[in-house]
Write a protein that binds this ligand. Structure first.
Ligand code: PLP
Length: 434
């Protein structure tokens, strides 16, 4: 392994979302349960399931077996031009049966970003199919994270994802984030704030012309933007505006999908009826890269007819719907069903909630948020949160630092004792940094 300076130059790897001049990375060599170990033999609890994704921890034997059995049977095949792996077809049926209405068809890709890129293209294609080819633009929110492709990064509302990359793109319109704690006017209730956000959206659409806008994309609860849970009434208000202007709603469930919020999907938690949904991460518990875009029956019919007229649906990825990923996803779904996923997350989430509540009166705490096993300790000052995160890492727990927010999204296989261990370190780190 070449370290900095070994060839008189930089490290061998250009690390994603990392300051290239920061200290050398911690090298992770193994994982068991919800813990990982580095090459110095130090063990850490990952309180964010790595990137909000390792929902079944780091060494599930059933997922390993599912992958290796599929590798032995059919290690690779594609879904182009009239063929598909049988296992991928089984996964599509299984997902369609599980997805909330009106979603009734899935397209497979590999990463979350590819799912979002695909969702944007499919939304445009659908608008063309229904004779509205001018509806090609998108609305996305400040603080959103939708991925690192050209369009998915453009839809992302975080400036560090744009600077230097020639982003965002003109096809993306931006509206406010639903962060009541930071963005509400003094004395403004959650419901009044939600109504204001909906009025702002309505004004934006009127100013820009609904006839040019294909879709609005939003995470049911924002993740990388700081674990922002929708305030009361938010999604009902937003959906009413979108329906009135004939604009599709894409729910980006790449973090919230598969149990994170205490229901199978965040859309069920917040009464969202999306036209499209993006899924990845917990679809395979992240043991294999696989993502999906789900679309409504109405979209599926229109797209099917249009693609037939043109001889093909001209979009797809070599590794989309990979058979090994599909086998791992089917096993993951079995495990989720056997553990009674929503009940398990609700039970563990309630325990986490009791531990979070103990932080409420501490100095420096701005707001505590939680839905299911997705939580935020938002401090008043970002500098304090950074010190607490560093201290917690020294004490053996990784939290995700997002400005003033320490995010918590543990694997679903955490025990109440694991959650206590996480929160004991949070408390000790807060004490040490007080
Ligand atoms: N959308 C959301 C909501 C995400 O949180 C992420 C990743 O964190 C993505 C899209 C992009 O997924 P990927 O990193 O797999 O490309």
């Amino acid at each position: 392994m070449l370290d900095a300076g070994a060839k008189g130059g930089p490290m061998s790897q250009l690390y994603p979302f990392t300051d290239p001049q920061a200290a050398a990375p911690r090298r992770i060599v193994s994982g068991h349960g919800i813990r990982v170990r580095d090459d110095q033999g130090r063990e850490f609890i990952d309180a964010v399931a790595a990137l909000w994704c390792a929902s079944l921890g780091f060494d599930d034997a059933r997922l390993r077996r599912a992958a290796s059995e599929q590798m032995a049977e059919l290690a690779y095949y594609h879904s182009f031009m009239g063929r598909t792996p049988a296992v991928t077809e089984r996964l599509a049926d299984r997902l369609v049966a599980r997805l909330p209405a009106p979603l009734s068809q899935v397209f497979f890709a590999t990463s979350g970003s590819e799912a979002v890129e695909s969702a944007a293209k499919i939304a445009r294609y659908y608008q063309s199919a229904r004779g509205r080819p001018d509806k090609m633009r998108f609305i996305a929110r400040e603080g959103a994270y939708h991925g690192s492709g050209q369009m998915s990064a453009a839809l992302t509302g975080l400036s560090y994802c744009h600077t230097g990359f020639g982003l965002p793109l003109p096809a993306v319109l931006r509206t406010g984030r639903p962060h009541h704690f930071r963005d509400a006017e003094p004395g403004e209730s959650e419901i009044a704030f939600s109504k204001r956000r909906a009025r702002e959206l309505d004004a934006l659409i009127r100013a820009e012309d609904a006839g040019t806008i294909a879709a609005f994309i939003g995470e049911p609860a924002m993740g990388a933007g700081g674990v922002i849970l929708p305030p009361e009434g938010y999604w009902a208000e937003i959906q009413e505006v979108l329906a009135r202007h004939d604009i599709l709603l894409i729910a980006d469930e790449i973090i919230t999908g598969f149990g994170r919020t205490g229901e199978w999907f965040g859309c069920e938690t917040w009464g969202i009826r999306p036209d499209m949904m993006t899924l990845a991460k917990q679809l395979t518990a992240s043991y294999f890269p696989l993502s999906a875009v789900a679309i409504s029956g109405e979209m599926a019919r229109a797209i099917g007819g249009f693609a037939h007229q043109h001889g093909t649906f001209g979009h797809g990825f070599t590794y989309g719907g990979h058979p090994v990923g599909s086998a791992v996803a089917l096993e993951t779904l079995d495990i989720y069903e056997e553990m009674d996923l929503p009940a398990q997350v609700a039970r563990l989430g309630a325990h986490l909630g009791r531990r979070l509540a103990r932080l409420a009166d501490r100095p420096g705490i701005g707001q505590l948020r939680r839905q299911g096993l997705l939580a935020a300790v938002e401090m008043t000052r970002a500098e304090d949160a950074a010190r607490v995160a560093a201290e917690a890492e020294q004490r053996g727990v990784f939290f995700r630092l997002i400005g003033p927010v320490l995010a918590i999204a543990p694997p679903y296989v955490a025990t109440p004792e694991d959650l206590d261990a996480i929160m004991d370190v949070m408390e000790a780190a807060l004490d040490a940094c007080a």
